[in-house]
Design a protein around this ligand. Structure first.
Ligand SMILES: [Zn+2]
Ligand SMILES: [Zn+2]
Length: 266
């Protein structure tokens, strides 16, 4: 493996059944079942594993009525990743489904955009419509990590290690960042919630939870620019990800997909 080339995995830990009109501003004329999957991602390279987002735990799954299919810890174990030794966690944004399991990575440094912390601790959280996807306990846990020297702040685009970089997108959440990874098939972009589903980026439509619509649709162009091709953009919540990419290894079908392998054509 060359120094800056990484493997990338999508680990599905949860799901939520819903109908398509709930997934788009303005609804959806088709009104079909269009569930969301919940993922964390593992980037594996010469220096070990970098984890992207930390999911939510059982208590939060009950509170938010979202189903955990396999706990995040089990998915990491299936890949041979020991969370106790993970050194770097990238948090794409501070929504409840991306930054829970606060104690799972005791050694890790957490990479976060300045703007996301400012947003999640500032005046916007006075408004129920904007704080809906945030949990005070998640935000407080991240503030505590700041005070123990475990948060690395980024302002815009930055390199985490050679071959892995973060890019400010905003839009869905004010400081949302995506992650670009150099792989054997070219640059793959983990969009996280910069596009929940392939349908969002493909049709230019927008998920209802949004800070700034203009930045969401501009973000679609940024994702495409950062990726080797549109097929290298990986949405944050689409069940099609597990259908398009091969399992990480036999037995992990429907659970963990290998994103640096060629996907099936849509
Ligand atoms: Zn989100
Ligand atoms: Zn999300």
């Amino acid at each position: 493996m060359t120094e800056d080339v990484h493997e990338v995995y999508a680990i599905r830990y949860g799901q939520h059944a819903r109908r398509s009109p709930e997934n788009f501003i303005g609804g959806d004329p088709h009104d079909v079942l269009q569930p969301l999957d919940f993922f964390v991602w593992a980037i594996v390279g010469p220096a070990g594993a970098i984890i992207v987002d930390t999911g939510f735990d059982e208590a939060m799954s009950r509170r938010r009525q979202r189903e955990i299919v396999k706990p995040v810890r089990d998915g990491l174990a299936a890949l041979g990743v020991a969370p106790e030794v993970v050194a770097d966690v990238i948090v794409t944004h501070l929504h409840y489904d991306h930054c829970g399991n606060h104690e799972l990575f005791p050694q890790a440094r957490y990479h976060l955009q300045d703007r996301e912390m400012a947003y999640a601790t500032g005046r916007c959280m006075c408004h129920p419509a904007l704080r809906l996807p945030f949990e005070a306990d998640d935000v407080v846990a991240m503030v505590r990590k700041v005070f123990t020297g475990r948060v690395a702040f980024h302002d815009g685009d930055d390199e985490i290690v050679p071959g892995v970089s973060v890019h400010l997108i905003g839009g869905h959440s004010r400081g949302l960042q995506c992650v670009r990874v150099k792989t054997r098939r070219g640059h793959v972009v983990l969009a996280s919630d910069a596009t929940h589903l392939y349908a969002h980026i493909d049709s230019g439509r927008v998920f209802p939870i949004t800070y700034n619509i203009g930045d969401v649709v501009e973000g679609y162009a940024t994702l495409k620019k950062l990726a080797a091709s549109p097929l290298h953009v990986v949405p944050g919540h689409d069940p099609l990800v597990l259908a398009r990419y091969p399992a990480a290894k036999p037995g992990l079908e429907g659970w963990i997909a290998r994103l640096d392998a060629e996907p099936k054509e849509p």
